[in-house]
Design a protein around this ligand. Sequence first.
Ligand code: NAP
Length: 562
Amino acid sequence: MIQETPNSRHSTNRSGAEHRDVIVIGAGVSGIYAIKRLTDLGFDAIVLEADDDLGGTWNRNRYPGCRFDSESYTYGYSFSNEVLDEWHWKERFSSQPENLRYLHFVADKFDLRRHMRFNARVDRMEWDEADHLWDLTLVDGRRYTARVVVASLGPLSAPTLPALPGMDSFGGQSFHTFHWPKTALNLAGKRVGIIGTGATGIQIIAEIADKVEQLTVFQRRPNWSSPLNNAPISADEMDSIRARYDEIFAACAATPGGFEHQTRWGFWDHTPEERKALWDELYRQPGFAILAANYAEIFLDEDANREMSDYIATRIRQRVNDPAVAEKLIPTDHGFGLQRLPLETNYFEAYNRPNVELVDISQHPIEEVTATGLRTTAADHDLDILVYATGFDAITGAYDRIDIRGVDGQRLADRWSDGPLTYVGLLTSGFPNFLMVAGPQSVSGSTNFPRAIEGGVEWVTGLLEHVRQNGYQRFEAQPGAEQDWQKEVVRAHERLLLRRSKGWFTGYNANVEGHQEGTVRYQAYFGGAPRYTSRVTEIAETGYPGIEFASIDRADAARRHS
Ligand code: NAP
């Protein structure tokens, strides 16, 4: 396909736009691998990255305590033996600075920066049906055309702020966690306020509680949380991990969440004492073992989930000295594991410190941000720094923030206003030659992210090779195939207790119009990684049913470009 078109090989074409065969949007974990594979396969491709450097989520989230909650060696790329041999993960759950170093190491090793354009935020992209091209405009007015666009936008890259009166009037420093300053921020002697107790807030609170003068946590709904159980990885341990890499990645591919931890069944076959003994063990184990190696019934059965939730509630009561504070930290509106579980290190102990105060804003809502702090209906809180750990317009938000117009000028944001519609999370009808790595309704939102994105990149590049070999210039998901996938996404979602929870998994975000309580957006595929992988593999191996391919009329194209 791609080399044979009139605009092929990069060139400057109509209206001074630079043309490429493939444009990848986003230089995060998925964009880095996408450009590696595309250029290895000989595609004329570049990456447009809004930020001033590569790294995506690990370049942006620089808040204290930011780290993996997937085991580092299951999070890293598997595609290169050299990378696997050379990189030493220093901690079981590696921290943000190290994770960013890792992504730089990979990009530099394969000289990928030369394919990346930074400070290149795509504002608008429009499908040109006559020429079968995407026309892209950046916020600074630069223009590109591309036969194919690959969106590697990340599921959590559109931060959202609450709409509080007076936010602009605050006299101290305030920012969303996604925009934590890149330059060192001195917290010593500061009165810090933090709104939000999701995975981000929980990491920050635990990390800074003993470093600030006063920490005030404004919590609307508590989250369940359990220990990360981080530890260093010695050189010897790293050697044995390296020797096991094939086994590790094979195990991740075989589990629903893309981790080594193996889910089990048999909740009701065991006695309460046996179940407690398992949970005591899992509570001490690293990472998501408490979820991913637990009984599968806790995600499906109300009674099983309640018993598990009671177990974690007891743990919280044991760790928090003040019983009234402990009760405020125990969720009552959703069960354990039914929203994205934050993992913590000494989070609950932070509330035993005299300089940490938990303010329950479900009881006493925030009235306004003032010049000197925050006012709730109960009190004024003086602050030097105000941190918004208020989350993201997850999964579809980054797509909505680009004005993407497909066939007949249809806007993607309009098409997805009630929730995304996709073909296996990789294409969406009405938007030809547009591919999504780790897109909505793929498995990535619900699993160990890089394990899913490597598969996504390989599928996308496999499709592009198929298109090239067959001389096609246009491909588009068929609506019928999309409807069938929608049914599968809904079926997987409706099986799980999480269907009723208010978290980003189910598209809930009180700060985003249309994502508030009462709406259901089927944003992620919850059927598990093995089932997803076998579905998309089958599509590729059977000639891509559900996708319509077409060739451009060469004579007509040549006439237009002569
Ligand atoms: P989040 O889970 O969506 O949490 C946002 C928090 O802000 C919630 O506590 C929410 O309260 C609160 N909030 C939002 N708007 C508010 C308002 N108007 N007033 C008061 N409170 C408000 O966001 P997050 O903590 O940034 O985490 C998002 C995801 O990022 C995680 O689930 C995870 O997937 C990823 N992450 C991963 C790691 C890691 O370890 N690898 C670390 C951090 C984040 P309500 O619950 O009441 O809405």
